[in-house]
Design a protein around this ligand. Structure first.
Ligand code: AMP
Length: 284
């Protein structure tokens, strides 16, 4: 499964990406995490990105595209991945389409977490307050003035991706203002639908297997109707407990008819029961 999570900073992309990792066992590829790791490691890319990130601006497309191209080549990304924070511009999205097309792959879905900006600012402010209360270091770019710049960058450069993916028919929007659990459920639902739609082969297989399943059911019913010679109890009429739960209208009608004679017995299955009892006596 290959999925993009789209949404402004603080929309909950990271949280939802981790949920998907747990559920589907695929990797979360967060360009923000990769850039922060590169900055912490002091690599040339990291050093270049550090200042840009601290300002709340976007790192140049060629830098992030190269990072992602390299990352999706890794063995752990073969099964699928969740892109969190990438693409963030239309040129990045086009580069991703090309990367996937070269491998004969495509995205299963792009999930937009829709959130109200005021709510976002409040969310991040409370995240910052929690971290500070626990005496934990906060991200430089979570400071209010930098956050405003990140939101500006989102509106100007990332929001156009909504139209880009809608045009491709890949976009699914989810209310990101709901509780984490509700957002997770909504994401699960849209993904199940998206993956089903993007897997016509699997759907075809299902349709093809319909006939044998029907034939199997018929054979099963036939086998049930005939008491087995090997196991005389096989195919024997069900006890009153199960007979009290008729599965079909026919079964209900049989039950009603039998209640006039002996509960749970029709003349036909009464004969079968006698046969079974005889068989049981013989096998004792
Ligand atoms: P995030 O952790 O996704 O909020 O990203 C933190 C910062 O990393 C962003 O504000 C950008 O400066 C930079 N960044 C992350 N992903 C990208 C990207 N796809 N394109 C450009 N810059 C990025």
């Amino acid at each position: 499964m290959r999925v993009v999570l789209l949404g402004p900073p603080g929309a909950g992309k990271g949280t939802q990406a981790r949920e998907l990792v747990n559920r589907h066992g695929i990797v979360q590829l967060s360009t923000g995490d990769m850039l922060r790791a590169a900055a912490a490691a002091g690599t040339p890319i990291g050093l270049k990105a550090k200042d840009i990130m601290a300002r709340g601006a976007l790192v140049p497309d060629d830098v992030v595209v190269a990072i992602v191209a390299d990352r999706i080549e890794q063995p752990d990304a073969r099964k699928g991945f969740i892109l969190d924070g990438f693409p963030r511009t239309v040129p990045q999205a086009e580069a991703l389409d090309r990367m996937l097309a070269e491998k004969g792959l495509r995205l299963d879905g792009v999930i937009e977490l829709k959130v109200d900006e005021d709510m976002l600012v409040r969310r991040i402010a409370s995240r910052v307050a929690e971290m500070q209360a626990m005496k934990l270091a906060i991200r430089d770019d979570d400071k209010p003035e930098v956050l405003r710049e990140r939101l500006r960058a989102y509106r100007a450069q990332t929001a156009p991706l909504v139209a880009y993916y809608r045009k491709q028919g890949a976009l699914k929007s989810v209310d990101g203002m709901a509780s984490i659990e509700d957002v997770t459920s909504a994401v699960g639902r849209v993904l199940a639908d998206a993956v089903f739609r993007s897997a016509p082969k699997r759907a075809g297989k299902k349709a093809a297997s319909k006939k044998p399943a029907k034939a199997k059911a018929k054979a099963k019913a036939k086998a049930k109707a005939k008491p087995s010679k090997v196991n005389p109890t096989k195919g024997a009429p069900k006890k009153a407990k199960t007979a009290s739960k008729p599965a079909s209208r026919k079964a209900k009608a049989r039950k009603n008819a039998s209640s006039k004679t002996r509960p749970g017995r029709t003349p036909k299955n009464a004969r079968k029961s006698a046969k079974v009892a005889r068989a049981r006596r013989l096998t004792k």
